[in-house]
Ligand binder design. Sequence first.
Ligand code: 2AM
Ligand code: CA
Length: 265
Amino acid sequence: MTTSELDRYAKSLIKEAGRRIRHSLGSDLTIETKADANDLVTNIDKETERFFVERIRRDFPGHRLLGEEGFGDLIEGLEGTVWILDPIDGTMNFVHQQRNFAISLGIFEEGTGILGYIYDVVNDELYSAKKGEGAYLNDERLADLSETAVPESIVGVNSTWLMPNPYLDHEAIIRLVRDIRGARSYGSAALEIAHVASGRLDAYMSLRLSPWDIAGGFIIAHETGAIASNFRGEPANLLEQDSFLIANPSIHQTLLDRYIKMKAQ
Ligand code: 2AM
Ligand code: CA
């Protein structure tokens, strides 16, 4: 199967999963907590992941899937074709707001991201990218990111990091929020990365993200010129939880040098 055929298949699978989620919006949810009281999962997160796993196992028995809810495979390396899926990114928004959440999917071949998708289900907005062929919002191509500077930028950052905490120098983040034009926090890593790809945000940072939060967006944002790394400036890790910074190329290094200071652990 060619990459274009796989792209068409993945898009139609995501759209079908999105229709199922939209149909579920009026129904009662079963809500559980995971790592902590604010880390939510619903029956729809699980049903959506199972839907992907069943289809991919049926149609591509040689492919593997890493999913947040654990219905896929145990993945320790990126050999072969690997789908990395977050069935609902922004579950808290899904539960409380019925918007501002997305399906996030990245497809990797021998460790290289070849196809990326972020589907804003409620607005029927599909961000997608094929490696080397640009990024799209529905049928419209996203422009390459243009030059900016810290004082003119809008940065996605969670207000948690403005408070004293064991991980990040919060005084430096306060300086960042003072120096930029505006701070935003949407509560869905995937959508925030999509906003960086489209230039609506100039950067997005998060202290702890998992592979499924970033896999789709990483591929999309790369196509418009965004730079992704962890807070130490090392390449984003797609197999383990790590800090994550994605930014317009003209401010990425400045953010690392001047504003993002991790405390020694
Ligand atoms: P999720 O909704 O799929 O859990 C919220 O700021 C963003 O961080 C969401 O994209 C959320 O993804 C992600 N996130 C990653 N790990 C999280 C955790 N342990 N608790 C809450 N949100 C987490
Ligand atoms: Ca999720």
